[in-house]
Design a protein around this ligand. Sequence first.
Ligand code: UD1
Length: 369
Amino acid sequence: MKVLSVVGARPQLVKLAPVAGALSQAGHRHVIVHTGQHYDADLSDVFFTGLGIPAPEVHLGIGSGSHGVQTGGVLAALDPVLAAERPDWVLVYGDTNSTLAGAVAAVKQQLPVAHLEAGLRSFNRRMPEEHNRVLTDHAADLLLAPTAEAMRHLAAEGLAERSVLVGDVMVDVCLRVRDAVQAERRVPTLPEGIAPDRPYLVATVHRAENTDDPKRLAALADALAALPLPVALLAHPRLLARAREHGVELARGAVRVGRPLPYAELVAAVLGAAGVVTDSGGLQKEAYLLGRPCTTLRPETEWPETLAGGWNALVPDPQLLTAAAWTATAARPAPRQPTAAPYGDGRAAGRVAQVLAEHLRRRELSGTS
Ligand code: UD1
């Protein structure tokens, strides 16, 4: 079986790592195409080296741009690559512009598409990721869902027949890296001024809904600065760019600004932290898997399982402005009850490889290949 993965942004590289491992272990041919949506070493290269992912065979070098320019750029650049490779599956990951472009490019060439992390919904149509997810799910031939909740969303949209529950591949990588980090007693690398042996919080902010509105960004920066514990703000380039544009000072009060971390460093930082404050979907789940309380800077989450037992708390816009409520939420202790395992058993990537091979066999037997 020949699988062609289209990836381009940081969270996709994390998901790619276990999938690449499982495909290679099962002896399948795997072509990795990097769209170039993320091009900073901090957001891309360190994931290939750190997670042992083979270098991409093709790099489209698309870079940043408006949604249309970026999505269209990937779409056009993929055409000759797909035509030359003719894989058995085009595999797309998550909800970025690279995901949607990969799915559309493949269906236009009548190549079968599988969507990994299918069925997530925020039901917030103002998020670019929500359009990307919905459109990709409806274009794809095979929907690989991480949770029972995602399967329900797909069924509600009439997509049950194409859907398979495989579990979450991020569990595979997160638990493996956690074990390695703990075995080597890795001391987290934190921004200057934060001591790893004293209580601190890890924070990230990168979503357009939070960074692109100057008032909301200023309110967020004020709220982070007022927290009672030191805050390691691992700043995505979009956050730095918008803060500069809007004249918002990030490094003040409790906040120390650092660069985004390679995956193992991030896991070490979260393991050492008292809690996490973020608008990232992946980090909400990593906090949950690593047993650290998370506060999510959004009115909704695609990972509602993390809310059970108080492990994750949503902070919608208006509450941000009431400093006392905000502070108490973000600096709360970890809940007592153990976390459940709604994201699977850490063996999702093997299942992905298996399901892709099975569906290919079925296609060949029915003569539709
Ligand atoms: C993208 C995804 C988002 C995902 C995030 C993970 C979409 C619509 N959004 O958001 O779902 O959670 O990746 O990080 O696809 N930039 C750099 N260097 C880079 C990449 C980006 O400086 O390597 C800056 C540029 O100013 C760019 C901005 O960040 O315009 C936004 O980058 P982009 O890839 O468009 O979206 P993200 O915010 O990273």
